[in-house]
Design a protein around this ligand. Structure first.
Ligand SMILES: Cc1ncc(COP(=O)(O)O)c(C=O)c1O
Length: 389
């Protein structure tokens, strides 16, 4: 057990069975899906068949699936697309939360600079915005509500279904970044009720650089990338056929295995929480709301180590020390680790700077074992003890 990977919220390994279905499209079936000849038609067939498979997994229509390069692009497309399409409409309003992924926050800030009125809701101590909060700030000018399904740093689930009901009632579009849940919880877009859903392949054992945006029929988003007629003029550029095929295969496998995977991962999450409670020296504070586990995604446990005698623990050093013992975890969002600023999510749920800076996010995958969790708890307990000494 010299390598224990607990960073599945950052990315998952590519399933070898998924790689196997991708390889022929890299080696022999290299045609451009826009070409008219037989190899082009073969590639087109692979893309459209994959679109059908993805749609079936999500309870969507094939025409509602736009392939993108992943979660970041899907989030950008959702936000920019809605406000581009409404550009002639001078008054417009976006509601989101300050605990969203940067792929939503940065486009929201850009829209704000361009004159859109943006409300960033405070997610409260557990890290999720409530339907009552959204109701309170809805305006006649509100065009879009954008909220994530599971927070990628602490795992809290947002009650998207209830919020979707409210949005529908008010004629407002709802975008949901479901990058951390689709492929784990088995999401049906009609059940979720969102009009736009962001999905990323590398979070469920598919390839990197591929994902999709579900766009409910009738929602006008315009085009994100101009210059080609691919994806029904919404995203120009030659399709990455191997990635599209791998994405569909990985999603199908994930949806099929969801029940088994979730119960395994949830049991390891419970074991990890119990292990930390029993064997790590206090003080520590769970950033994941561990007392309401049903309201969290099953794969994430985020815990902070507040200062003792005013001596803070350096979060980066903590991660590196764990890494030296073979335990791979994140300090927070993978996209922000490396930056010295404490996590915006932990700040948003009220952690002070030294506590937010000394956080560890474990994210569990389908192939982790109880023995690995046990060894990871030992490594964490020992590392924290040593760093505090
Ligand atoms: C919630 C969330 N949204 C968006 C992204 C970005 O996805 P991608 O890496 O596919 O661009 C991530 C990745 O960590 C994420 O966790």
């Amino acid at each position: 057990m010299d390598r224990m990977y607990f960073d599945h919220a950052a990315t998952t390994p590519l399933d070898t069975a998924v790689l196997d279905v991708m390889l022929p499209h890299m080696r022999d079936r290299f045609g451009n899906a826009s070409s008219v000849h037989q190899m082009g038609r073969q590639a087109r067939f692979a893309v459209e068949e994959s679109r059908e498979r993805v749609a079936a997994c999500l309870g969507a229509e094939p025409g509602e699936i736009v392939f993108t390069s992943g979660g970041t692009e899907s989030d950008n497309f959702a936000l920019k697309g809605v406000f581009d399409a409404a550009a002639s409409d001078r008054s417009s309003h976006l509601i989101t939360s300050s605990a969203e992924h940067e792929a939503v926050l940065r486009p929201a800030e850009r829209l704000q600079r361009n004159g859109v009125d943006v409300t960033f809701l405070d997610p409260g101590e557990h890290g999720a915005v409530t339907v009552a909060q959204v109701r309170e700030v809805l305006q006649p000018e509100t065009k879009l509500v954008s909220l994530m399904h599971a927070n990628n740093e602490i795992g809290t689930l947002t009650h998207i279904r209830e919020i979707a009901g409210l949005c529908r009632e008010q004629g407002v579009l709802l975008h949901c970044d479901a990058v951390q849940t689709v492929g784990l919880l088995g999401v049906d877009v009609n059940d979720l009720g969102a009009d736009l859903v962001s999905i990323s392949g590398h979070k469920f054992y598919g390839p990197k650089g591929i994902g999709c945006l579900y766009v409910r029929g009738g929602v006008d988003l315009g085009s994100l990338v101009e210059g080609g007629s691919q994806e029904r003029d919404r995203r120009g550029g030659t399709e990455n056929v191997p990635a599209v095929v791998g994405f569909a295969e990985a999603l199908e496998r994930a949806v099929e295995a969801a029940g088994k995977r979730v119960s395994h991962i949830r049991s390891l999450q419970e074991q990890l929480i119990a292990g930390i409670r029993d064997r790590v020296d206090p003080p520590f504070v769970f950033n994941t709301p561990v007392d309401i586990l049903d309201a969290t995604a099953p794969h994430i446990v985020n815990v902070s180590f507040p200062p003792v005698d005013d001596a803070p623990i350096d979060g980066e050093m903590l991660i590196l020390n764990l890494d030296m013992q073979g335990v791979m975890v994140s300090a927070g969002s993978a996209c922000t680790s490396g930056a010295m600023e404490p996590s915006h999510v932990l700040s948003a749920i009220g952690r002070d700077r030294p506590t937010a800076s000394a956080a560890v996010r474990f994210s569990i995958g389908k192939d982790n074992t109880a023995e690995e969790v046990d060894a990871a708890v030992d490594a964490l307990a020992e590392t924290v003890r040593r760093m505090r000494r």
